[in-house]
Ligand binder design. Structure first.
Ligand code: NAD
Length: 385
């Protein structure tokens, strides 16, 4: 029998919800490109309910306990005596997620000799030390595509809200004002702007597709060139580097995984190469940026606005400068954990567990590390072509 330790974000201070804004969510059976949605043998939750907090337990308890496994769920992940550290020592599987990341470090792996599988309930396994996982023979799997469209929608929302300067206008409306001249002092149309994505994987391509009807010029940079017919269909301009793309665009949206090669790649020099008045959206990872260089670029006015939902570390401390920097549209790490996304990543986590517990192969598209190196999606997305 296996022991599964799962780290999820804490319940709301008001408790786990008893009712919801909507009675159901649309059924999504597949994704662009033909990948099918998660297909576990069954689910023990109602799609649309909160599953990503400690009480939600990703809807896994009944299934795991009925089969005799031990299932521990906690949000306590920091410090040497955290519940995660205490429970990990004899665990076979750890489930973690990017929103409330339990950093699965080499040191933690060394203290957990039975650990064989690290599942990311979501997408983006950079909070797991992937080199150490390969060295320790761990399999790392994530629920590829489960929240890609969720994040793409969030990125598009942020592009529009930055360029049109929506958030301050809403504040004026809420506070009883009618100060139109103030409200529009930084408000522009997106139409006609040059919009680029850095990394055109599942999320980046979905952002390009969603921006197309806004009649903008579309640009991208990725190690992997998109098929010619997609470039033609969307009228894409390909750039040979992130720097070249940034110099040509008014808006950039970032979708690269965080790897040793992309860590702080967006630094003072990169920002200086952008046009004055550019906007940046980053729903990929906070650590891709030099934190203070970004604050300086917003303070100087060189960058007109920055929005994103990813920080480093997470949770971000109350005095993290991105909370207060000018013209920011930050959210906590929410884009990939809408109630709609949770239904998919919870089902995908169960699918991965069902496969692993039965000794069946995990879908290639869910694999990041296996057999001592990058595998599946990891081999495509985490290493340069
Ligand atoms: P994906 O694997 O489909 O695409 C990643 C793309 O990045 C690939 O096409 C790859 O070639 C490219 N790439 C890798 N390194 C690059 C580099 N240095 N420069 C240019 N391109 C590079 O992944 P995805 O589903 O689109 O997700 C992308 C990232 O978004 C994830 O790694 C994760 O960090 C982040 N994410 C965030 C959330 C959220 O809630 N905010 C949710 C899901 C994913």
């Amino acid at each position: 029998m296996a022991k599964i330790v799962c780290v999820l974000y804490p319940d709301s201070k008001n408790g786990h919800p008893q009712s919801y804004a909507r009675d159901n969510i649309p059924v999504i059976n597949g994704y662009p490109g033909g990948q099918t949605a998660p297909s576990p043998s069954a689910i023990d939750f109602t799609p649309g309910e909160l599953l990503g907090d400690v009480t939600g337990e990703l809807g896994l308890r009944r299934f795991l306990e009925a089969a005799g496994h031990t299932f521990v769920v906690t949000s306590d992940k920091e410090g040497p005596d955290s519940e995660l550290d205490r429970e990990l020592v004899d665990a076979d599987v750890v489930i973690s997620q990017p929103f409330w990341p339990a950093y699965i470090t080499r040191e933690r792996m060394e203290k957990a000799p039975r650990l064989k599988l690290a599942i990311t309930a979501g997408i983006g396994s950079d909070h797991v030390d992937l080199a150490a996982a390969a060295d320790h023979g761990l399999t790392v799997a994530e629920v590829t595509f489960s929240n890609s469209i969720s994040v793409a929608e969030h990125a598009v929302m942020m592009i529009l809200s930055l360029v049109r300067d929506y958030i301050p206008q809403h504040e004026i409306a809420r506070s009883g004002g009618w100060d139109i001249a103030d409200a529009i002092a930084r408000s522009y149309d997106v139409e006609g702007m040059q919009v680029g994505v850095i990394a055109a994987g599942r999320i980046g391509l979905a952002v390009l597709r969603r921006m197309k009807p806004f009649d903008v010029g579309l640009h991208y940079f990725d190690f992997h060139r998109l098929p010619e017919e997609v470039e033609r269909e969307l009228g894409l301009t390909y750039h040979p580097s992130a720097k070249a793309l940034a110099a040509a665009c008014d808006v950039i949206s970032i979708h690269t995984p965080l790897t040793p090669a992309t860590d702080t790649m967006f630094n003072a020099e990169f920002l200086a190469g952008m046009k004055r008045g550019s906007y940046i959206v980053n729903t990929a990872r906070g650590k891709l940026f030099d934190r203070d260089a970004l604050v300086a670029a917003l303070n100087s006015g060189h960058i007109a606005g920055y929005a994103g939902d990813v920080w480093y570390p997470q949770p971000a401390p109350a005095d993290h400068p991105w909370r207060a920097m000018p013209h920011n549209g930050m959210t906590p790490h929410t884009s990939g954990t809408s109630l709609s996304a949770q239904a998919r990543y919870a089902a995908g986590t169960r699918e991965i567990l069902e496969c692993w517990l039965a000794g069946h192969p995990i879908r290639d598209e869910y694999l990041i590390v296996a057999g001592g190196g990058y595998a599946g999606t990891g081999a495509h997305s985490y290493t340069p072509a």
